[in-house]
Design a binder for this molecule. Sequence first.
Ligand code: HEM
Length: 521
Amino acid sequence: MTPAAAAARSARLSALAARALSPWCPGSTGARRLNLQAATDTTDSTKLKSKEDLPGPSFAKTLYWILLKGYADKSHLLQDVQRNLYGPIWRSRFGQYDLVNVATAELISQVIRQEGRYPVRVLLPHWKEYRDMRGQAYGLHVETGPEWHRIRAALNPKMLKVREVQPYAPVVHQVVSDLLQRIERLRGRSHDGDTVSDIAAELYKFGFEGISSILFETRLVAWREVPEDTLRFIRGVNDMLDLSNMVALLPRWTRSFLPHWRRFVQAWDDICDVAQSLIERRLKELEEQVQSGAPPTGLYLTYLLSNEQLSRAEVYTSITELLLGGVDTRLLCLSSDVQHSLVGAVPSVRDQRAQDRLYSEVVEACPDRREPSVDDLNQMPFLKAVIKETLRLYPVVPGNGRFVTENDLIVGGYWFPKETQFHLCHYSVCHSPDEFPDPESFVPERWVRPGQNTDGAYSRALPTVQRHHPYSYIPFGVGVRACVGKRVAEMEMYFALSRLMQQYEVRPEEGAPVIEPKTRT
Ligand code: HEM
């Protein structure tokens, strides 16, 4: 992993300012073990090695990988290359970036367990600069320390728990219905009148429509044609994330003759403009409701406005950041061949065996194409396994960051001062045969417990089911800084994938998978 790429990735990650806290927390036994270890090491701290002792690539070698070996847009693959050369922990430096890369589940757990009360992924001074320039409030991605915690505490309710997101089910189903109708329309318009190519593009738009419907509590537009604002927002996010790395890497004086800063600002302006007009439209509706004597009804935005924990300016920034996380074109698709979970899941289930099994499960739980309820999802362990396996193979966030500001750390027998930037190499760990046998194969069964409504024979053939290290698979992160939108994202993916499977088959085609209607009943 090159420093630049890792920094870029972390920056994009931070852009995720928009997706429910993982309910998954590190086991207390593990935490005790680490503290004990740290305490033991500290007593002997003079013997600990430091960052200076870490192996790692030279600047020239990094450039060689990026420029000549073509890793610039697939830097997640470089994690394994570097791990093989330098071992599971190494240092990489590039420009202003100085990163410590960790590429085993155990090392990742050590970093996370020492991350403190207010973990930071990566500092984003250029994002802060934009907010200052436009007089905007800071949100989750720019704010740090107790102020970050205050914002996060205000956003967590109605997002973090399965039962808290249940009220969003009807609106998510409406968005899925629109998606299915749109697929039908696109089929009608296609060259053979039957197949939809580039389903991925449709699913990205679904991401935006899904999260905005939840945030604004209603369908903003019926989805006959994708609204221009949606496309503008998605374009803005893409541009902003692309340029974010360059803005961070190039010195300020280059802004006077290179266009990157101007374009970065323009991209942010577009994002904020769309978000602001969506918020204002909803605010107007709420005011009209109140004026007519009706109590204001609604879900997330109404909640944020009514509980008054955040100022109006902070609500604007937070909603914008949540939309960002929901869109996730490359926000969550951090490199060209790493795909968003649902976008990835649809192609993955072109695997006929998995597709047949998924279909049978969905049909059994919801006959006659009935819309699945949240309770029905409990009868669909294979559906959940498909999503998990997709997130393992194509982690939306292949590399996360931690910049621990509160304390020094001991990781892998090395001592690190506070304010060391760590890069957590999730992609490498998710693809490690030490954690997942036959790691490059799509095997959803590895996530289904034997006896859990499953084909027992297959599970028996995989004795390692569930035996990986808990930190080898943390697609939404863990702890207080984990993804705020996890539960929403899961619900969207479960509903969309189950209903797609009720109606369509996915088959591989050069470039992108295509989907076509099911012929079986
Ligand atoms: C498959 C879908 C998604 C995946 C895999 C995902 C993954 C992640 C990950 C790995 C992080 C970083 C966690 C950490 O640093 O420990 C994150 C942060 C975040 N995500 Fe998501 N996310 C998804 C969907 C969403 C959605 C739909 C939203 C919007 C509701 C969202 C909002 C956020 C926000 C706001 C943060 C920043 C939290 C903070 O810094 O306090 N994410 N996400």
